[in-house]
Design a protein around this ligand. Structure first.
Ligand code: ADP
Ligand code: MG
Length: 555
């Protein structure tokens, strides 16, 4: 045992390849990595934000304005940067929108923290101050928030439109906003105390080839497949529907069995055996008295023929998610073994063929409340980005219906809360006070970047906004189209309070997590991609991110 150990000193034994960065260097390394991530998404913020084109290692292209999608696709190879990406993911899970805001604010908190660190303020004081500020900020958001009636469809429409502004969904935001509000109200259940929204009853289906304005909301579900046989009926009203998760094929084991055929009659026997097995499966289906079979797996040609002869509509290789959704709508069981099937497993509804869309529409009885939103767009890239925008909007509308609190957007809420935080800072003792002020400054990043991305002067905008809020105009925000400071709530820029609170929480937690680290010990080079030997990340080059695999300089 070594001398130092004996004296009670900790000793760290490290291998040759391992690296260690401590104190200021560690903080600098981490902060710059985190800030680099924030910088990457900033230019997409707001209605005038630009899109990013991401090319993955397979050459697949994604064009998006969605913060969390950008960060996920970037395939960033740096442990600190990954912590920031987690902020976006948490925000996406908890609020469905506001991911760019959360990440950009986290980056700005760290930038301001860096200034404080340079003034020799201890990280612990900054962390404490940020924590206090974040708690206070959330309270202020709640205080500023306005209560809405969950039935106020005009307001919900504004919430949906605000969320879609600047996204691929924007061009048809009125029509889509209407569909989104309708969809959410169809799956919302109001009780005395609260309104619940069950998003499991809402299905999104995308289709290429037509324009977004032709998107529609359907009661029930859809199955985007063809009947397995031309002679089958295509539309069946009052159908008894079997949802099957078992192949109507000869069982695998028999296919693999080696058969030694010594004379032709044996072969014939073998074929007959297979036929008998298929016939049995078909008979099991017939015994249930089903009119329609949606099968998640395959259906053998022979079985298709038998089913067609019996006038049954059968569809194979239906998506698992569609089968599950149909099971909700039709109140049907998903049968995974035909040996145990009975009539009680069937569901009831109408199956209607739409020849233009080449899809089946499936509706249950009147009290079934599942709906399907069919999103249309010219090409796959267009529909994909449309779907991202619409999903975010669905989340914010449902969160507004559930939570009932909204705030004015366009930077209004951020400037108001920053203003109040500066007052609050006066009551905070010591160095923490500076951190609270730094936190307030960081919130104002939102209007600054909104202005910047709209080609406006961010300083002028901020000065004007601050003055309006000093005068008590709580809803004063930036109209990015005119450059004027307006009542953004009246202008229809409305966001759920819950998403703002969540953005504050996630941004603060991420910043504090990064600030708490004063020592980086890495078993190898400082990158998370172990197989990447030509990647940067030597002790000398640690200022930036450990490479962005697959980005190919697309940004
Ligand atoms: P995030 O991923 O954070 O939701 P977005 O790109 O969707 O990022 O931008 C959201 C920001 O844009 C919010 O601060 C919101 O208030 C603002 N915003 C949305 N629509 C408008 C508008 N019409 N005018 C001004 N600001 C807007
Ligand atoms: Mg958004």
């Amino acid at each position: 045992m070594s001398q130092r150990m004996a004296q009670g000193q900790p000793m760290i034994v490290m291998s040759d390849e391992s690296q260690r960065v401590k104190d200021k260097d560690a903080q600098e390394y981490n902060i710059s990595a985190a800030r680099a991530v924030a910088e990457a998404v900033r230019s997409t913020l707001g209605p005038k934000g630009m899109d990013k084109m991401l090319v993955d290692s397979m050459g697949d292209v994604t064009i998006t304005n969605d913060g969390v999608t950008i960060l996920k696709e970037m395939d960033i190879d740096n442990p600190t940067a990954e912590m920031i990406i987690e902020v976006a993911e948490t925000q996406e899970d908890e609020a469905g929108d506001g991911t760019t805001t959360a990440v950009a604010v986290a980056g700005e908190l760290l930038k301001n923290a860096q200034d404080l660190l340079e003034q020799d303020i201890h990280p612990t004081a900054i962390i404490k101050g940020f924590h206090l500020a974040s708690q206070q900020a959330r309270q202020e958001v709640d205080d500023v928030a306005e209560r809405v009636d969950p039935d106020d469809e005009a307001l919900l429409q504004k919430v949906a439109e605000t969320s879609m502004t600047g996204k691929g969904a924007e061009l048809d935001k009125e029509h889509l906003g209407q569909l989104i509000v309708d969809a959410v109200s169809q799956v919302a259940v109001a009780s005395d105390e609260e309104t619940l929204v069950d998003m499991d009853f809402l299905n999104i289906e995308t289709q290429t080839g037509r324009s977004a304005s032709e998107s529609e909301l359907l009661k029930g579900g859809v199955v985007d497949k063809d009947p397995v046989h031309d002679d089958m009926p295509k539309t069946v009203e009052d159908a008894k529907v079997l949802l099957l998760n078992e192949a109507v094929e000869v069982e695998e084991a028999n296919v693999d069995t080696e058969v030694n055929v010594t004379d032709p009659s044996q072969l014939q026997q073998f074929i007959e055996q297979e036929e008998a097995q298929l016939q049995e499966k078909v008979d099991q289906i017939l015994d249930t008295d089903a009119d329609v079979v949606f099968c998640q797996k395959g259906i053998d040609d022979m079985a298709q023929h038998y089913l067609a002869k019996e006038g049954i509509l059968a569809v194979r290789r239906v998506k698992k998610s569609d089968i599950e959704f149909l099971s909700e709508i039709l109140d049907a069981a998903i049968v995974s073994d035909l040996d145990d099937v009975s009539e009680a497993d069937l569901g009831f509804g109408d199956v209607t063929r739409d020849d233009e869309d080449e899809m089946f529409y499936v509706t249950g009885d009147d009290d079934a409340h599942g709906v399907t939103l069919i999103l249309r767009g010219s090409t796959q890239h267009v529909v994909d980005e449309l779907e991202r925008g619409v999903t975010d909007a669905l989340d914010v509308v449902s969160s507004t219906v559930r939570d009932g609190r909204v705030v004015a957007g366009g930077g209004a809420i951020e400037v108001e809360v920053a203003n109040r935080l500066r007052d609050y800072a006066d009551s905070v003792e010591g160095r923490e006070q500076l951190a609270v002020e730094a936190y307030a400054d960081a919130l104002e990043l939102v209007p600054r970047v909104l202005a910047e991305n709209a080609g406006l002067d961010s300083i002028d905008t901020l000065v004007e906004l601050r003055a309006a809020h000093e005068d008590g105009e709580k809803r004063a925000g930036l109209n990015v189209f005119s450059g004027d400071v307006v009542d953004t709530f009246d202008a229809g820029v409305v966001e759920p309070a819950h998403a703002k609170e969540q953005a504050l929480t996630s941004a603060t937690e991420a910043a504090n997590l990064v600030l708490k680290i004063d020592d980086i010990i890495s078993a190898g080079d400082l990158s998370t991609d172990k197989g990447d030997d030509d990647g940067p990340g030597g002790a000398g080059g640690m200022g930036g991110m450990g490479g962005m695999g697959g980005m190919g300089g697309a940004m």
